[in-house]
Design a protein around this ligand. Sequence first.
Ligand code: GTP
Length: 357
Amino acid sequence: MATDVQAVILVGGKGTRLRPLTLSAPKPMLPTAGVPFLTHLISRIRDAGVTDIVLGTSYQAEVFSDYYGDGADLGVKLTYVTETEALGTGGGIRNVFDELTADTVLVFNGDVLGGTDIREVLDTHRSSDAEVTLHLVRVGDPRAFGCVPTDGDGRVTAFLEKTQDPPTNQINAGTYVFRREVIAEIPAGRPVSVEREVFPRLLAAGRHVHAYVDDAYWRDMGTPEDFVRGSADLVRGIAPSPALRGAGGEALVKDGAQVAPDAVLIGGTVIGANAKIGSGARLDGAVIFDEAVVEDGAVVERSIVGFGARVGAGALVRDTVIGDHAVIGARCELLRGARVWPGVQLPESGIRFSTDV
Ligand code: GTP
């Protein structure tokens, strides 16, 4: 057991890119392959032998403690520290300092779905005797991420947030190991970005920041496209999660859902508890939250249908986010990044992309 290690998970962001779903729940609590996203991450941390976990909360802080309590159901000890004003990623880490007793502190962004071996990240931190170790992952297009070059010994040489001309395909994967005393150096009581301020300053001062680089499964769940893909990857067993033993089918149907026998569920689709899927409906890579309804003959592809929402008969919903309790009238067509706000009611055939009726 790694008893000399504590974990911190940053879960205080507003999740603006996932609106309107994040108006009613913080991003890490959105159902992902049947459980709140955060359950996958906490389970991974626990399975790496780290059971003392501090959640750095801000936006909708009470939702976390109401659901997880002291963490005993997941076999961990959870402590909550809430920012009255959002302090950003670095400020959020600094704000939990009083709860830190271990010398080694693992820090996670609360929205990363990953398959990295957390024990190996810790081993690298110890064997290199670094002050901070960053988990880096190699990706095809690093431009949208923090790009992090390293030297031949594995030391980090620069931290370039979202650059158009990246010198390497190694990106910041949002998991860090800090020596506790380095966290004390982060300015307290004001917003601080770990990516834009803390890491660049440590590097400018010549401090020892090391890298653990791999090609493990990795996805930032911050956008609807990534959320849908990550959820489907969990269902299909492509993304590993100890909270989902035995995953690996085309669909996951939660208890109490009613699915018509001739409905087609493929592509890692999830049907939430007490949801209803009508006859002839076709769902491909769909995320259907609890209590939602998809009526006869509707098609839902790579989309999220919010809690208690309804997709009318024959509707087409593709690459779309539908807010809680919204009603999409029969034969509507919603495509390419559409977002329907909670409770909105679209009349039958009210929005279409084709001219036939
Ligand atoms: P967007 O608004 O869509 O960018 O999402 P976000 O607010 O979650 O921001 P981002 O994805 O950059 O955040 C990365 C991680 O840090 C997420 O797990 C957030 O919950 C967390 N985070 C972001 N800002 C704060 C903050 O001010 N305080 C705390 N405690 N966590 C934060």
